[in-house]
Design a protein around this ligand. Structure first.
Ligand code: NAD
Length: 364
C-alpha cells in the first residue's frame, strides 16, 4: 500500500482543533481509498517561541522538506503580540514559504449553494473562482526601510522620518506565476484575469507585457486585464463571471480575503501554497488562529478539511479521495449541519468542531 508522509504544523489558537479535524478526515479518506498516511507533528509559531525561543525551528523545516506535503493550522495570538517583529509567530510562515520555495498561492473561492444565504451579497447563486497569488516577491519582500531628514518644508514643518517599501518583480518571477495562471485556467473555464495597477506601476506594465507574450502559447485561454481597484468592485458586482485571477503578492492578499468573504464565512476557505513540481506543498485554512474562540469548540473545521482535500489533489494526486471529501462536505451542509459561524436559519442543526468533523467522516 502506498504511504505518504505528511508534516502537520498545528500551531496556535484554533490551529490544533481544526488540524485535528483535517487529520481525522484524511485518515478516513485513506482507509476508504486504500492508501496510507504517516503524520509527523512539528512546532511553528507561538508554541515554538514558547518551547525554543524562535518561531520556526530548523527541525520543523527539515521535517517539512522531507515530507510529501505540509498541513498547517494557524499561528499567532495576543500572547506573542509584544515579541520583537523578527521573532513574531507569523515569521514562521515567511520562513516556511521561502524555505520550501512556495511561490504560488492558490485560494479558491467557492460558494456552496447551501450557504448562499450566509453571503453578504444578495441575489448571487454561484461563485467559483480561483485566485493565483504570487507569494515570494513584490512589496512584502522588496527593499524597505526608513530615512530621517531635518529639511524644512514650505509650511515650516520638518520633513522628519520617511518610510519606504519597494515593489520589485523580475521577468522570471512574473513568467513563473503567469504560467501557473494560464495552466489553472486551462484546467477550468479557460478565462484568465490579470489584475494589476498598470496605469501607475511599472511592475504592472511588465506583468502585462509578459502576459501578452505568453498568450500565443495558450490560444484557448481568454485573457483580460483589470486594475485592482476595479477588480475589487467587480468581485462584488459580478463575482460569478470570474474564473481564474492571477496577481501580485499584495493585490492577491487583499483580493482573496474579499473573494473569500463574499462566499460566506472565513471558516470555509482553504488554500494551497505550491512551489516547483516535486517539492512539498503547504495547505492551510485562510483564517488565522481565532484566539477569541480558541478552546470553545466553535471553530468551523471545514476550511482545514477542504485544505486537506486540496493536499490530496495537488500534492498526492489522490483526486478520488479529494473529490470524496468535497462531496462529504457538500452532503453535510445539504443535510443542514452548521457550525455557529455559518448558521443562517432556525432549522439549521448546530454542531461544534468535533460534531461537524464526525458528520463529514460519516459521509465519506
Ligand atoms: P482570524 O482569522 O484568526 O479571526 C477573524 C475572525 O474570524 C474572528 O472573529 C474569528 O473568531 C473568526 N474565525 C476565524 N476562523 C474561524 C473558524 N474556523 N470558525 C469560526 N470562526 C472563525 O484573524 P485575526 O483575529 O485577525 O487574527 C488572529 C491571529 O491569527 C493573529 O495573531 C494573526 O496574526 C494570526 N493570523 C494567522 C494566519 C496564519 O497562520 N496563516 C492568518 C491570519 C491571521
Amino acid at each position: 500500500m502506498k504511504t505518504y508522509k505528511i508534516a502537520v504544523i498545528a500551531g496556535d489558537g484554533i490551529g490544533p482543533e481544526v488540524t485535528g479535524s483535517a487529520v481525522s478526515v484524511l485518515k478516513r479518506a485513506g482507509e476508504v481509498e486504500g492508501f496510507g498516511l504517516e503524520f509527523t507533528e512539528c512546532d511553528a509559531g507561538g508554541c515554538a517561541i514558547d518551547k525554543y525561543g524562535i518561531p520556526l525551528p530548523e527541525s520543523t523545516l527539515l521535517t517539512c522538506k522531507a515530507s510529501d506535503a505540509v498541513l498547517l493550522g494557524a499561528v499567532g495570538g495576543p500572547k506573542w503580540d509584544s515579541v520583537e517583529p523578527s521573532k513574531r509567530p507569523e515569521r514562521a510562515l515567511l520562513g516556511l514559504r521561502s524555505g520550501l520555495g512556495l511561490y504560488s498561492n492558490l485560494r479558491p473561492a467557492l460558494m456552496f449553494k447551501e450557504l448562499s444565504s450566509a453571503s453578504p451579497l444578495k441575489n448571487v447563486d454561484s461563485i467559483d473562482l480561483l485566485i493565483v497569488r504570487e507569494l515570494t516577491g513584490g512589496i512584502y519582500f522588496g527593499r524597505h526601510g526608513r530615512s530621517d531628514s531635518s529639511e524644512l518644508l514650505s509650511d515650516g514643518s520638518v520633513k522628519g522620518l520617511t518610510a519606504f517599501d519597494t515593489e520589485e518583480y523580475s521577468t522570471a518571477e512574473i513568467t513563473r506565476i503567469l504560467k501557473e495562471g494560464f495552466r489553472y485556467a486551462m484546467g477550468r473555464n479557460k478565462k484568465l484575469t490579470v489584475v494589476d495597477k498598470a496605469n501607475v506601476l511599472e511592475t504592472s506594465r511588465l506583468w502585462r507585457e509578459i502576459a501578452e507574450s505568453l498568450k500565443p502559447s495558450y490560444p484557448e485561454v481568454q485573457v483580460d486585464y483589470l486594475y485592482v481597484d476595479n477588480c475589487s468592485m467587480q468581485l462584488i458586482n459580478r463575482p460569478s463571471t470570474f474564473d481564474v485571477i492571477v496577481t501580485s503578492n499584495m493585490f492577491g492578499d487583499i483580493l482573496s480575503d474579499e473573494a473569500g468573504m463574499i462566499t460566506g464565512s472565513i471558516g470555509m476557505l482553504p488554500s494551497a501554497s505550491l512551489g516547483a513540481p516535486g517539492t512539498p506543498g503547504m495547505y492551510e485554512p485562510v483564517h488565522g488562529s481565532a484566539p477569541d474562540i480558541a478552546g470553545t469548540g466553535k471553530a468551523n473545521p471545514l476550511a482545514a478539511i477542504l485544505s486537506a482535500s486540496m493536499l490530496l489533489r495537488w500534492s498526492l494526486g489522490e483526486t478520488e479521495a479529494s473529490d470524496r471529501i468535497e462531496k462529504a462536505v457538500r452532503d453535510t451542509l445539504a443535510d443542514g449541519f452548521r457550525t455557529s459561524d455559518i448558521k443562517s436559519s432556525d432549522e439549521d442543526k448546530i454542531v461544534d468542531t468535533d460534531g461537524m468533523t464526525q458528520e463529514v467522516i460519516r459521509r465519506l
